[in-house]
Design a protein around this ligand. Structure first.
Ligand code: GAR
Length: 188
């Protein structure tokens, strides 16, 4: 059984979707969720779904090896960032090379980089009158949103769409594609 660890910072709808998808799998399982936010809704979801979850602070994450040691113990085959907003430390990436992926709610390299997350992305897409947007699943490297792209899916943005409408379209794409892409990566 392959082991997946998820990092999330907020609501955790992607984390929940992944947990549920792999509850029906005999190939892989989400063994743990880690969050930088002790009040994140993702922790309630984990409780409900009976999935192990832990929160950590910045010192534990990037100024010491505490989070790295948690990962050394849980031995993930894949680390999935699902709405995780802190930059991933290089010393952790070095130990899990090509095994850390992220989902981004836009068609990278557009609308990536520091500060580009969640509604900020969709607001920018609408402000720039884009006619399409989408999701990107990519490997994580030491720069925000710059690792090699694994998968993209697109949706239309119509002139009447608000940022909230765009968010709903992106959510749909994420729910549909993310688990399948994770499964492909983790069992190949
Ligand atoms: C998702 O749309 C994800 O793509 C985005 O945050 C949302 C988290 O939602 N990630 C980023 O913007 C990363 N730069 P969720 O907590 O409900 O899964």
């Amino acid at each position: 059984m392959k082991r997946i660890v998820i990092f999330a910072s907020g609501s955790g709808s992607n984390a929940e979707n992944l947990i549920k998808f792999f509850q029906n799998s005999d190939k892989a399982s989400v063994i743990q969720v880690l969050t930088n936010n002790p009040h994140a809704k993702v922790l309630d979801r984990c409780k409900r779904l009976k999935t192990s979850a832990l929160s950590f602070n910045r010192v534990a994450f990037s100024k010491s090896e505490d989070v790295l040691n948690i990962l050394r113990t849980s031995k993930p085959d894949l680390i999935v960032l699902a709405g995780f907003l802190w930059k991933f430390p290089e010393f952790i990436l070095n130990e899990f090379q090509d095994r850390v992926i992220n989902i981004h709610p836009a068609l990278l390299p557009k609308y990536g980089g520091k500060g580009m997350y969640g509604m900020h992305v969709h607001n920018a897409v609408v402000a720039n009158e884009e006619t399409e947007t989408g999701i990107t699943i990519h490997y994580v490297n030491e720069n925000y949103d710059e690792g090699a792209i694994i998968f993209q899916a697109k949706c239309e943005v119509s002139p009447s769409d608000s940022a909230v409408d765009v968010a709903a379209k992106i959510h749909e794409l994420e729910m549909e594609h993310f688990p399948k892409v994770v499964e492909k990566l983790v069992v190949s």
